[in-house]
Design a protein around this ligand. Structure first.
Ligand code: NAP
Length: 343
């Protein structure tokens, strides 16, 4: 990483979207710099087996897929650096990026592929116990819960995946879902429903986590209502049922929020969900010319490894085309300037 250089393309994020953008930008001889961010490799490094990425009929490990993608990008000349963007100045050309380390970088084009981070549910004591028996990543922390009873919060594919992984270690896994209908895909829901170690608690939410940093998680207070969304019901004054359970671990699988905080004060537009908004149509361009979005940071709907790879490649192609246009228009302005100076 060179603070004095002006990079043609800086890619912020090194998940599957950032890597795919890096392969394409590097093959186009743009010598991209990839800032790896706080979670190098992104969400795929926290998953076990990826079964639906095209070209791997037997499935492929998430970490292996990322490692191969990085090697592929490096082979074509992409540079990787540790770094997290704290602030972006996008009204200047080139763009200026300030990193949390205090370093600064300049880029003609910027690809935002910062992904999304695990959401928390807001239960009492979660700040205190996150990392001490409370986790957002079963593949990272599941093995610590051999022989425990554990809870998994959520009703989507992430929650099913966490539960299925935890069932290898835990004595019992209870999926706690706030409604009585799963959001998960049929195949994942069926696997969880058919697993003998996995149970479901419907119309139930986690209110409070018990334990301490010394002891870890020891239990939880759950709250239920027959019509679902019990914490909302509780807040509106309705009667709800409380239950105390003894558990040794709790895993959140309630989705992710896009990592766009560094764009808040820029002209890049964000949706109500804080996802980066791209322009209408099949493009990764944003409201700021020269800034492109790829992967989960701009995708509230599909959020698949393969779609992230797709939008990553699109962002690199869009950036390449934009840089070419800029070069032509800069050359034209320069020529006009010279003619005017001569005349
Ligand atoms: P998701 O589909 O948005 O599901 C989040 C789940 O958490 C929902 O069931 C939601 O309940 C619940 N939830 C959200 N906030 C909550 C809160 N504060 N308290 C309690 N429950 C809460 O997110 P995801 O499961 O992470 O999946 C995201 C995308 O990644 C999906 O497209 C999914 O298919 C994909 N994915 C695929 C796989 C796989 O195929 N192996 C694995 C993981 C993820 P409601 O249903 O009531 O909204």
């Amino acid at each position: 990483m060179n603070e004095n250089a002006i990079y043609d393309v800086v890619i912020v994020g090194s998940g599957v979207a950032g890597l795919s953008a890096a392969v394409y930008a590097a093959r186009a001889d743009l010598e991209p710099l990839v800032l790896e961010g706080p979670e190098p490799g992104g969400q795929l490094t926290l998953t076990t087996e990826v079964e639906n990425y095209l070209g791997f009929p037997e499935g492929v490990g998430g970490t292996e897929l990322i490692q191969r993608g990085k090697e592929q990008a490096e082979r074509f000349g992409a540079e990787f650096a540790h770094g997290t963007v704290e602030d972006a100045t996008l009204e200047t050309r080139p763009f200026e990026l300030e990193l949390s380390s205090g370093d600064a970088l300049r880029a003609r084009a910027l690809i935002v592929a910062t992904g999304a981070s695990a959401r928390w549910v807001g239960a009492e004591n979660e700040d205190e116990l996150m990392g001490y028996g409370l986790s957002t990543c079963a593949t990272c922390d599941g093995a610590f819960h051999r022989g425990d009873d554990v809870l998994v919060i959520g009703g989507g594919d992430s929650a099913m995946e966490e539960a299925l992984f935890l069932a290898k270690f835990a004595d019992s896994v209870t999926i706690v879902h706030r409604r009585d209908d799963l959001r998960a895909s049929d195949i994942m829901a069926r696997r969880a429903r058919e697993h003998e170690t996995i149970e479901f608690r419907w119309n139930t939410e986690l209110l409070e986590i018990h334990g301490s940093r010394d002891e870890g998680v020891t239990g939880a207070t759950l709250v239920s209502h027959a019509d679902g969304y019990p914490t909302e019901k509780l807040a509106s004054g309705a009667d709800v049922e409380y239950e105390e359970v003894d558990v040794g671990g709790i895993f959140y699988g309630v989705g992710h929020d896009p990592n766009t905080a560094f764009l808040e004060d820029t002209a890049v537009e964000l949706a109500d969900t804080r996802h980066l908004l791209t322009l209408e149509g099949m493009t990764t361009e944003t409201a700021v010319a020269g800034v492109f979005g790829a992967g989960d940071v701009m995708d509230p709907d599909y959020r698949q490894a393969v779609t992230s790879a797709g939008t990553g490649s699109m962002a690199a192609l869009d950036a390449e085309a934009w840089l070419k246009e800029q070069a032509v228009s800069d050359a034209r302005s320069h020529a006009v300037g010279e003619i005017e100076a001569d005349g």
